[in-house]
Design a protein around this ligand. Structure first.
Ligand code: ARG
Length: 563
C-alpha cells in the first residue's frame, strides 16, 4: 500500500481511491485485513461525504464489537492523514468521513492541469469488435435502429477514450430474400433508375405481391439463390440497391452524429466464409442431418430453458442469418483477432445470439469474450412500440424531423434524442415523449447543453479561464459537492465501460449539472469582491465545463457556443 504523500499517487487517484488507500492502511495497522478499508460515496450526504462500512464486516469476521473496531481504525490513522480528513465512528460501526478543503483543492487543480481531466486510460488495451447499427438494405431505418446506433456509438467512444482498440462494423442486412424480391420487382417493372424514395416503396410492394402471387414469390427466391451464387446481372442490380441504402443510412447517422463506421460490411461480406463454417463444424463432428437441414445441437445440462438447435443449412440449401453471423466471426478473427465482441440489437435476438455464441465456442471459432447487449424498445406515450400518428412504423428520419422542428440547431436536437435514450439502462424500455425530451428543464439533453453554455458565458464575461492552480478550497457544502462530483467523473466512465452501459456517464452528467446549478444559484461569481475567491470559482467553473463537454462528447453530443 502506497502512502498518500507521494505526488504521483495523488495525481493518479481520485479522492475516493485515496481514502480507500488511507483506510486500508489504518485497518491493517489496527490488526485487520486491508480489504475492509474500501471507502464509498456517502449515502447520507447530510452527515458526511464518504463512508466506510469495513468495521461491520470485520466484526463478523473477527467476532468483535464493530464499534470498537471502528474506533481502533480511527486511532490508527497517522497524524499526516488526520490533516486530510475528518472521521467519526458512529453506531453501529460506520465510519463517516469528510475530506479537507485543501485535499479537494489539490485534486481539482490537478484535474484542471490535465488534458484528460485525470480520467484514466487503460494499461491493458483490448481489441473490441463492436457490431451495431445493423440496418437492412432496401428498408428504411425505423425508430428501432435508433438505440443500436446511439448506444453502440457511445460505447465505441467510451472504449476508445479509455485506450482500447475499437473496430466497428455496421453488419448490413444485405443478403437475404428481400434482395431477391426487390431485384425481381425492378426487373418486372423495367425500373431504370431509383433513389431511396423509390426503393422504400419497391420493397413493400414486392413483399405484398409475393404474398398473393406464388409465381413471383418463387422467382424472387430463385433470384436470391442465384445472386448468392454469383449471378453477375443480379449482382449489378444488387450493388445499386445497396449503394442507395448505404447513402440513406449515412444520412440518418449523420443527423444523429453517429461516427462513421470503420467497416460497412454486411451479411454479403461473410459469404466467402460460409463454406468454412460448414467445414469446421463438420470436422468437429457437430453437424447433424435433420429432415434435410444441417443443424448443431446446443442443449446443455445446466440450461433452465432449453436452447433449440441452430440451423446451419436449410433443407433445400441456402444459409441463414445465424450462418452468416458465424461466417462473420471467422472473417473478424482473421482480420482483427478481437479480444471481445459486443453486439447491439434489441431483445428479440437474445436467443439468436445465444445460439451463435455457443456454436462459435463449440466449433472453436474464437476464444474471445462474446456479449450481446440486448436493449429494450422505444415506446410511444401509450407504452406500446412507437408508431406514427396513423399507426405505421415510425421512420427514424421522421422522428429526427419532429425533434428538429422543435429544436432547429442540429446539435441541440442530437442532444435531446441521444440523452433521452442514453440515460436509460440499455435493457429498459422507455417512452419517447417529444415535449419532455426537448425541454430545457428536467433530465434532458438541452438542459445539459444549457448548463455548459451558461458556464461558457460566465467565463467569457470574466475574460477567460484562470491559470491552473488557482482553485483554493470549497467555501460551502454545495461547492464541495460539485467538486467531488467532478472528481468522480473518471469512475463513471470506467463503470460505463465495465457495465457496457453509457447510462453511467449520463447519471454523472446530471449529477454534475445539478450540483453546479445549486452552487451557481447561491453565489454571485462575477461580482465577488474577493479576487482570490472569484478566481477560484472561475477555475471550478472551467473544470465543470470541460468535464461536461468531455462526458457529453463520449455520448456523441456536441456543445454549441450559444443557445
Ligand atoms: N440487420 C439485423 C436486424 O435488423 C441486425 C444485425 C445485427 N448484427 C448481427 N451481427 N446480427 O435485425
Amino acid at each position: 500500500m502506497k502512502g498518500n504523500g507521494e505526488n504521483l499517487t495523488i495525481k493518479s487517484m481520485n479522492i475516493k481511491q485515496q481514502l480507500t488507500n488511507i483506510f486500508s492502511g489504518a485497518f491493517e495497522r489496527a490488526g485487520y485485513s486491508a480489504e475492509l478499508g474500501t471507502v464509498t460515496v456517502s449515502d447520507r450526504p447530510d452527515l458526511c461525504q464518504f463512508q466506510c462500512n469495513g468495521a461491520l464486516s470485520a466484526a463478523k469476521q473477527y467476532k468483535t464489537n464493530p464499534m470498537s473496531i471502528a474506533e481502533a481504525v480511527c486511532s490508527a490513522l497517522t497524524e499526516e492523514e488526520r490533516e486530510l480528513l475528518t472521521v467519526e465512528a458512529v453506531r453501529p460501526g460506520f465510519l463517516n468521513i469528510s475530506v479537507s478543503g485543501a485535499l479537494i483543492a489539490e485534486r481539482l487543480n490537478a484535474i484542471a492541469a490535465d488534458g484528460r481531466l485525470l480520467m484514466p486510460k487503460t494499461d491493458a488495451p483490448k481489441t473490441i469488435m463492436l457490431d451495431y447499427g445493423g440496418p437492412n438494405v432496401a428498408k428504411p431505418l425505423h425508430v428501432g435502429h435508433l438505440r443500436s446506433a446511439v448506444i453502440g456509438d457511445a460505447l465505441y467512444r467510451i472504449a476508445a477514450f479509455l485506450g482500447h482498440r475499437t473496430v466497428s462494423d455496421i453488419h448490413l442486412g444485405d443478403w437475404g430474400l428481400p434482395m431477391g424480391l426487390c431485384i425481381q420487382w425492378i426487373i418486372d417493372n423495367n425500373i431504370e433508375k431509383f433513389g431511396n424514395g423509390e426503393l422504400n416503396s419497391i420493397y413493400p410492394a414486392a413483399t405484398a405481391r409475393a404474398k398473393d402471387d406464388a409465381e413471383f414469390a418463387a422467382k424472387a427466391q430463385t433470384v436470391t439463390r442465384e445472386l448468392q451464387q454469383g449471378d453477375e446481372y443480379y449482382y449489378s442490380i444488387w450493388q445499386r440497391i445497396r449503394a442507395v441504402s448505404v447513402e440513406d443510412a449515412k444520412a440518418n447517422y449523420d443527423a444523429l452524429n453517429v461516427r462513421d463506421f470503420d467497416y460497412w460490411y454486411g451479411e454479403s461480406t461473410a459469404q466467402t466464409d460460409v463454406d468454412e463454417v460448414i467445414t469446421r463444424l463438420e470436422a468437429a463432428g457437430l453437424l447433424k442431418e435433420d429432415g434435410g437441414a444441417k443443424i448443431v445441437e446446443l442443449r446443455r445440462e445446466e440450461d433452465n430453458e432449453p436452447v433449440p438447435p441452430i440451423i446451419i443449412v436449410k433443407s433445400g440449401g441456402g444459409e441463414l442469418y445465424s450462418t452468416t453471423d458465424l461466417a462473420t466471426i471467422i472473417q473478424r478473427e482473421r482480420d482483427f483477432a478481437p479480444d471481445e465482441y459486443w453486439y447491439l440489437t434489441d431483445q428479440r435476438q437474445i436467443l439468436h445470439f445465444k445460439q451463435v455464441f455457443r456454436t462459435a465456442a463449440l466449433g472453436g471459432f474464437s476464444g474471445a469474450e462474446f456479449t450481446h447487449i440486448a436493449f429494450g424498445t422505444v415506446n410511444g406515450a401509450d407504452g406500446k412500440p412507437f408508431k406514427t400518428r396513423t399507426g405505421g412504423v415510425m421512420r427514424l428520419s421522421d422522428m429526427i424531423s419532429e425533434v428538429r422542428e422543435k429544436l432547429p440547431d442540429p446539435r441541440v436536437a442530437v442532444a435531446a434524442i441521444r440523452i433521452a435514450d442514453l440515460q436509460n439502462q440499455p435493457t429498459r424500455d422507455y417512452k419517447f415523449e417529444l415535449d419532455k425530451f426537448t425541454a430545457v428543464e428536467g433530465k434532458t439533453g438541452p438542459y445539459l447543453l444549457y448548463t455548459a453554455v451558461r458556464i461558457a458565458s460566465v467565463l467569457e464575461k470574466a475574460d477567460g479561464v484562470p491559470a491552473a492552480g488557482t482553485y483554493t478550497a470549497p467555501a460551502s457544502g454545495k461547492e464541495s459537492s460539485l467538486a467531488l462530483a467532478l472528481d468522480s467523473a473518471g469512475d463513471a466512465v470506467l463503470r460505463a465501460f465495465a457495465e457496457k452501459a453509457p447510462s453511467a456517464v449520463c447519471d454523472c452528467l446530471f449529477e454534475i449539472a445539478g450540483k453546479f446549478n445549486e452552487f451557481y444559484a447561491e453565489n454571485r461569481i462575477l461580482t465577488e469582491p474577493d479576487a482570490v475567491r472569484r478566481n477560484s470559482w472561475l477555475a471550478l467553473l472551467a473544470v465543470t465545463r470541460r468535464t461536461l463537454v468531455t462526458l457529453l462528447g463520449l455520448l456523441g453530443v456536441e456543445v454549441p457556443e450559444r443557445m
